[in-house]
Write a protein that binds this ligand. Structure first.
Ligand code: ZN
Ligand code: ZN
Length: 376
């Protein structure tokens, strides 16, 4: 049932670093082979969106950002069999061809396959000029076209705002614990940074049976939030070592997760590690940030440094598991949503996320806008 006509969608268009966002009508191409069109119900603001908006990472403007989303499938390209029209789906930036070496080994986050959407944006302005498909998703828009591997379906009983968080922040945080670091029962864990990703690491560590779980954040409100989400201890950055020594009886941490992009968080992080410990790098700093590491110390202490992009997740496995944990009351998604905004109010959502005072703010779409006739 692949269509051949583009649709008009309202989207939040960012035209340059530091510029306010404009809400514009754009043209969205029909899904090609292996692609799906999804009407977006909710898309959370992630710090990665802000890194592009604020110039920390480079991107081609104009761009539509937004990559932590949930919606409903409205059109299938040729050969799509993992979802059906009408399915409610989580939408993520993780895109896996299924055939390259990484995909064959189950490493979806490392896919190098030559997918059509890697080479062309499905978005253009009304004059036909291309608009960047931000993070391969562009979900600050009424509808998106993404590769079939970027969606995973979920039950009707789960609110879209909650499911959206599984597209990036929660997937990244919980996945870092379960997939990347493989935290076990009784492991001692330090979590540096208690935003949406950090609190998801805290939740993942709690689910894995880690103890103690020491949450570190400069903001007292975030320290309190971490305790609500399952941290056993919380502290500001200056008190980390004391707290760690006290909570572990001097054994230090089996895992230190850095979930912030703040350069200061990386310096000295390995000194918190126990023998056999692992430093898990989750937050992605601005381009050009470097840290010094003493390789001798790491070698002698059998310590590891692990990069963790998107929680080393596979959507087809991780989303159903996380949805199940949410439905069983084990994973708190609703408590992570501090505010919601309409698309027209997206700059307020960006400001709230930038201030660090919200856990997650979600842009919600009026459903009436989402059922436009595909012909335009
Ligand atoms: Zn993200
Ligand atoms: Zn691949």
């Amino acid at each position: 049932m692949s269509g051949d006509s583009e649709v008009k969608v309202r989207a939040a268009v960012s035209r340059g670093v530091g510029m306010v966002t404009s809400i514009e009508d754009l043209l969205l191409a029909a899904p090609g082979p292996g692609e799906v069109r999804v009407a977006i119900d909710a898309c959370a603001v992630c710090h990665s969106d802000l890194m592009f908006l604020d110039g920390g990472w480079s991107i081609d403007f104009p761009v539509v950002l937004g990559h932590e989303a949930a919606g409903r499938v409205v059109e299938l390209g040729e050969g799509v069999d993992n979802v059906a029209v009408g399915d409610r789906v989580v939408v993520s930036l993780i895109r896996a061809c299924g055939a390259c070496r990484a995909c064959r080994r189950g490493h979806d986050v490392a896919c190098t396959g030559d997918l059509a959407l890697r080479n062309r944006s499905p978005l253009s302005d009304l004059n036909g000029k291309p608009v960047t498909h931000g993070l391969g998703t562009a979900a600050f828009a009424e509808q998106v076209v993404v590769h079939r591997s970027q969606v995973a379906s979920f039950a009707d009983s789960v609110p879209a705002e909650a499911a959206a968080l599984l597209g990036c922040g929660v997937l990244t945080g919980v996945g870092a614990v379960t997939n990347t670091a493989r935290v076990g029962k009784g492991d001692s864990v330090v979590v540096i940074g208690c935003g949406g990703v950090g609190l998801s690491v805290v939740q993942g560590a709690r689910l894995a049976g880690a103890d103690p779980i020491i949450a570190v954040d400069p903001l007292p409100a975030k320290q309190e939030a971490a305790l609500r989400f399952g941290a056993t201890h919380s502290t500001g950055p200056d008190g980390t070592t004391d707290r760690l020594v006290e909570a572990t009886g001097g054994h230090l941490a089996d895992h230190v997760f850095i979930t912030t992009a703040a350069p200061g968080a990386f310096a000295g992080a390995t000194s918190m590690l126990n023998r056999m410990g692992a430093l898990v790098l989750v937050g992605i700093p601005a381009e050009g940030v470097t840290v010094e590491i003493d390789p001798g110390v790491l070698a002698v202490a059998n310590q590891r440094i692990l990069g963790s992009k998107m929680g080393t997740a596979r959507l087809c496995e991780d989303v159903p598991r996380l949805i199940g944990q949410y439905q069983a009351g084990l994973l708190d998604l609703d408590g992570m949503i501090t505010s919601t905004h309409s698309l027209d109010d997206i700059d307020t959502a960006f400001d709230e996320a930038r201030s660090g005072e919200v856990i997650r703010t979600v842009v919600v779409f009026d459903h009436a806008d989402n059922v436009k006739d595909p012909s335009g």
